[in-house]
Ligand binder design. Structure first.
Ligand SMILES: *[C@@H]1O[C@H](CO)[C@@H](O)[C@H](O)[C@H]1NC(C)=O
Ligand SMILES: *[C@@H]1O[C@H](CO)[C@@H](O)[C@H](O)[C@H]1NC(C)=O
Ligand SMILES: *[C@@H]1O[C@H](CO)[C@@H](O)[C@H](O)[C@H]1NC(C)=O
Ligand SMILES: *[C@@H]1O[C@H](CO)[C@@H](O)[C@H](O)[C@H]1NC(C)=O
Ligand SMILES: *[C@@H]1O[C@H](CO)[C@@H](O)[C@H](O)[C@H]1NC(C)=O
Ligand SMILES: *[C@@H]1O[C@H](CO)[C@@H](O)[C@H](O)[C@H]1NC(C)=O
Ligand SMILES: [Cu+2]
Length: 171
């Protein structure tokens, strides 16, 4: 297939409450701020986003849980993954549009820890590392303070997550 650089995409939808891992952020998990991208082709697995709010610090944060059970077949290099602005239509990855980038940082800026505030909020692998395959799988978590559940420009809902092959940082 021509210029299909992504491995697979999944639409982010509201999730039902699911149990939490130990790496939970400060604050309270708001069960209505709960979204999941479910991958069923190319890779099997989920990326879950759970929104927290800390009354004391007034800080929003999102616990990101990656749980890919199969399909990451290229070892060592790592798969880039991003939140893209649009939901996916059919199997056409181009319909995902660009990265979630409300501040117009653009793909030209190379996101490097620890300066995560300067990254595109959608550049998950830039902020937290590419998904390193372990027997086709990856399981990892991150606590994010740059996505938002209240600012519509930063929201996750009705967008998509794209996992790219290791040789294609962007599309
Ligand atoms: C939970 O999230 C919803 C949707 O963003 C919001 O309307 C509600 O106020 C939040 N509840 C609490 C206790 O923060
Ligand atoms: C995903 O799971 C389905 C059902 O278990 C299986 O048929 C399919 O081969 C799996 N795909 C990959 C990429 O592992
Ligand atoms: C895929 O989507 C893009 C953007 O919406 C469109 O320009 C292109 O024609 C589509 N390709 C196919 C094969 O449908
Ligand atoms: C980013 O670019 C879009 C489209 O050009 C524009 O509408 C928006 O105002 C810009 N946002 C910022 C923060 O510059
Ligand atoms: C998953 O990928 C992350 C980098 O994003 C890496 O730190 C971690 O070791 C990998 N975990 C597994 C179980 O593959
Ligand atoms: C997401 O899409 C669903 C249906 O496709 C719609 O009911 C819902 O209001 C949308 N949510 C947001 C936050 O846009
Ligand atoms: Cu991407």
């Amino acid at each position: 297939m021509a210029v299909l650089k992504s491995i697979i995409t999944a639409f982010i939808t509201l999730a039902v409450y699911s149990s939490l891992v130990s790496a939970a952020p400060e604050g309270t998990f708001n069960t209505t701020r709960n979204a999941v991208a479910t991958f069923t082709k190319g890779v099997n697995g989920t990326i879950t986003f759970q929104g927290y709010y800390d009354e004391k610090t007034k800080k929003e944060s999102t616990l990101i849980t990656v749980d890919i059970q199969s399909g990451l077949d290229i070892p060592a290099e790592g798969y880039p993954y991003h939140v893209h602005v649009k939901p996916i239509t059919g199997d056409n990855c181009t319909t995902a549009g660009g990265h979630l980038d409300p501040k117009n940082i653009t793909d030209l800026f190379v996101c490097k820890p620890p300066n995560l505030a300067e990254c595109q909020p959608g550049d998950l692998s830039g902020k937290y590392g590419k998904l390193i395959a372990d027997n086709g799988k990856n399981k990892t978590t991150a606590v994010d303070e740059y996505l938002s559940w209240t600012n519509p420009d930063y929201t996750l809902l009705n967008r998509s997550v794209v996992i790219h092959y290791p040789n294609s940082e962007f599309f």
